[in-house]
Design a protein around this ligand. Structure first.
Ligand code: HMG
Ligand code: MG
Length: 295
């Protein structure tokens, strides 16, 4: 439809490039470069930025400087900075570093939970109960991820019921928002639709976010399916950065610039300035696999 006016409503983008994107880069990236990327993203109008992880530095060395990153980023009013936390220790470190929001991350399969967290799903949820209690006491927003919502690198295809169960468990723990992680980027729109139908049987659409990796080039089509199902929050990474160190074969996240353009073409407002975002995307691409491209 040509000349579509921005009348369909608002869609929020959660920028995960500085975390989900950079965590997968093998070569060390300077703290100053991470900070520069995050500042460019905020300048482009992104108001939710997942900036760091407070996980084991032995498991993900690239994220070891999370506190330094959060200490150095500009804090424009209206921008929320989130951090990934695998346990109470991570939660406390994230809060001490000034994270506005924290995210815990469970999986729909035992295989991925074990590879990513060295814990069963039940054990991970036990840890997240502790994080949720602390976050509730502190009045901190808590997000919960479910990984492998259609496919798992260790167990293959994942049934919608397993996803719905973990999403429900995270919601019960106190996660205000549940991000449905299509970790491998191999999910097709029909399978994403079936997964969403199962999750939406238990949880309202307002509590769900779509997190699509783009290995198979289907991420935008999957956003389309999720929009049709009523979801209004989507994760993306500048420059299509990304992957997960514990998901072999997974490529980058959906590129934020592609999502911004897709939403604008469909008449949705994202609040992101596409021209300004190009500077962030170019900088992000420069961080990928070496070589810095200063904006
Ligand atoms: P573990 O080895 O089972 O447990 O790790 P541990 O208690 O023995 O801890 C290992 C080491 O980490 C110890 O230090 C701990 O003190 C330390 P060491 O004795 O080796 O010197 N440690 C910590 N250090 C800093 N911060 C902490 C922390 N906790 C323990 N919070 C653990 C268990 C959960 C810690 C580990 O498995 C881990 O860190 N996993 C995180 C893996 C990760 O970050 N994966 C990528 C993010 S998930 C993702 O990308 C998917 C997503 O994007 C959605 C999607 O796409 O599907 C979210
Ligand atoms: Mg991810």
């Amino acid at each position: 439809m040509s000349g579509a006016a921005a009348t369909r409503g608002r869609v929020a983008i959660v920028e995960v490039g500085p975390r989900d994107g950079l965590q997968n880069e093998a070569r060390p990236i300077a703290t100053a470069d991470k900070v520069a990327l995050i500042d460019l993203l905020a300048q482009a109008g992104l108001t939710r930025i997942e900036a760091a992880s407070f996980v084991s530095p032995r498991w993900v060395p690239q994220m070891a400087d999370g506190a330094a990153v959060l200490a150095a980023v500009a804090r424009p009013p209206g921008v929320r900075f989130a951090a990934l936390t695998p346990n109470l220790r991570g939660y406390r470190a994230a809060r001490a570093a000034g994270a506005d929001e924290v995210a815990v991350f469970a999986a729909a399969t035992e295989g991925f939970s074990r590879a990513n967290l060295n814990a069963s799903i039940a054990e991970s949820l036990g840890r997240y109960g502790e994080v949720a209690a602390a976050a509730a006491a502190d009045g901190v927003a808590l997000r919960g991820y479910v990984s492998c919502v259609t496919d798992c690198p260790y167990e293959g295809r994942v049934g919608p019921a397993a996803v719905a169960r973990v999403a429900r468990d995270l919601a019960r723990l106190g996660c205000g928002e549940i991000a449905l992680g299509e970790t491998l980027g191999r999910g097709t729109p029909d399978r994403v639709a079936a997964m969403l139908e199962a999750v939406l049987a238990d949880l309202p659409r307002e509590r769900l976010a779509g997190h699509f990796h783009d290995t198979g080039g289907q991420a935008l089509a999957n956003v389309g399916v999720a929009l049709a199902a009523g979801l209004r929050v989507f994760d993306a990474a500048a420059g299509g950065l990304g992957g997960c160190p514990y998901a072999p074969g997974a490529a980058g996240n959906l590129a934020t610039e592609a999502l911004v353009a897709y939403l604008a073409a469909g008449g949705w407002e994202s609040g992101v300035d596409a021209a300004r975002h190009e500077a962030a995307a170019a900088f992000a691409r420069g961080l990928k696999g070496g070589g810095g491209e200063r904006a």
